[in-house]
Design a protein around this ligand. Sequence first.
Ligand SMILES: Nc1nc2c(c(=O)[nH]1)N=C([C@H](O)[C@@H](O)CO)CN2
Length: 118
Amino acid sequence: MDKVFIKGLSIQTTIGFYQWEKEIKQTLIIDLAMGWNIAAAAKNDELAKTLDYADISLAVERFANENPVDLIETLAERLANFLMTQYQIPWLKLSIGKPGAVHNTQTVGVEIERGQYN
Ligand SMILES: Nc1nc2c(c(=O)[nH]1)N=C([C@H](O)[C@@H](O)CO)CN2
């Protein structure tokens, strides 16, 4: 399957289980791979026929800020659902890293895969 991807998208958002985390913004790093047949867009060189990674990057940051949650698991599940519905994406792999969360680590996070991979 062809894919459109976004790697290392850095967003600032409110996320976390603890009370103090609900009063600040923290950095999340998002990697997203989205299944898409790119042949139609390539045929006539048409942005409208593919997944616009610029538009989706903005949508990811907007979604996170409009839907504050405690766990990155919850954000991952809800964001995957939103993107698949909004952009008719048949399959995606999404990872969310929270680099500031645990001392002495590079990052911590979750990775999920949703939908049908053909
Ligand atoms: N698997 C997870 N573990 C933890 C999460 C999380 O979202 N998923 N969150 C926290 C806190 O919010 C942490 O980031 C701050 O100490 C702890 N563990």
